[in-house]
Design a protein around this ligand. Structure first.
Ligand code: TXA
Ligand code: MG
Length: 311
């Protein structure tokens, strides 16, 4: 399966099936976004509630304009941050070819252009936008290697285009267009500090914009997780950061980028039967630390297995 080529992947997608492919953030479970039956296979394989919209991936900003309304200030954001880990939730165009299943019936569509040569090559070879959520079963940790995808789905695992470990290791930042600006729907690798010079102050989501995937149990490991711990309870594993060494560290030097890239890898490692729980050292709440703490908060809230609510 690791021998899957770009051409093979595009052929499978063209036939209406799913493949897992690498992006700079996490592996995506991809389908032709214009084919509702193919998109349904994503929901089925992930066991994902159908009301949860998927991000649609494009090869460049010009392709996004066929799908969504792109105003001048939106174009500036695309120019500055694409290709890259920024998803923009924008109004669908009347003639948008993306099926309504991908956007779960919403009038908006989340679009992004991944900064990974392999995923863009597959989109170009297919000649269509690709819907792709993270390639993990609902409520499980996001995959940052091909092995995570294989482990997550077991016998159900889709064909995987192996591009090695993901660089960012954390899902894209999501912002949504509001009446008079932008709202932050999910913190991620592009930080609030990066965005606000161009977006103005980022609002928290209001009733006019929904982020249905932002449920507490989204990032749940299979055992309890506690944050801001300086030592581990008996039988627990301690995930360190900076001065707190732990049994395994997100970043011994206290580097937030390194910690983000390691996050899911380390949580996968920590989430083992040998450990009664996962204690995580304090992570500073600025820059990328916001996104890391966001994911950890969800992991801490969701471990009980409330997975019917998770994506
Ligand atoms: O980095 C990423 O974004 C990865 C890679 C594969 O690109 N994808 C990813 O997709 O994280 P997913 O499906 O796991 O998360 C997508 C999030 C969900 O929380 C979903 O609810 C939200 O985006 N979303 C998608 N379309 C939306 C829309 N039209 N309005 C509001 N939220 C939307
Ligand atoms: Mg996900």
């Amino acid at each position: 399966m690791s021998s899957l080529s770009v051409e093979n992947a595009a052929a499978i997608l063209s036939a209406g099936d799913v493949v897992a492919l690498p992006t700079e953030t996490v592996y995506g479970l991809a389908a032709d976004a214009t084919d509702d039956r193919a998109v349904a296979k994503i929901y089925a394989l992930k066991d994902r509630p159908a009301f949860n919209p998927l991000i649609v991936h494009v090869a460049d900003a010009a392709s996004a304009k066929d799908l969504v309304v792109v105003e001048q200030h939106t174009h500036i954001l695309m120019d500055r941050f694409w290709p890259g880990p920024l998803t923009l939730v924008l109004p669908r165009k009347e003639a948008c070819p993306v099926g309504h299943l991908a956007s779960a019936g919403l009038k908006t569509l989340g679009v992004r252009c991944p900064d990974h040569a392999l995923s863009r090559a597959v989109i170009r070879a297919l000649g269509k936008p690709i819907a792709a959520p993270s390639a993990n079963p609902s409520g499980k940790l996001s995959p940052t290697t091909a092995a995570h995808v294989r482990e997550g789905f077991g016998k159900q695992a889709p064909p995987i285009l192996d591009g090695g470990p993901c660089r960012a290791g954390l899902e894209s930042t999501i912002i949504g267009k509001t009446e008079d600006g932008w709202a932050l729907l999910r913190p991620g690798p592009i930080t609030v500090e990066d965005l606000q010079p161009l977006t103005g102050p980022l609002a928290t989501p209001g009733p006019d914009i929904t982020a249905p995937g932002q449920l507490a149990s989204h990032y749940a490991p299979s055992r309890p997780l506690r944050m801001t711990m300086t030592e581990a309870p008996e039988g627990w594993v301690l995930v360190g950061f900076g001065p707190i060494a732990g049994d395994v560290s997100l970043s011994a030097s206290g580097n937030l980028e390194e910690a983000a890239a390691n996050l899911f890898l380390v949580l996968h490692e920590a989430d083992r039967p040998a450990h009664a729980g996962i204690a995580v050292a304090p992570i500073p709440a600025h820059g990328l630390g916001l996104a890391i703490n966001d994911r950890l908060t969800r992991a801490a809230a969701g471990w009980r297995g409330d997975h019917d609510a998770a994506i």
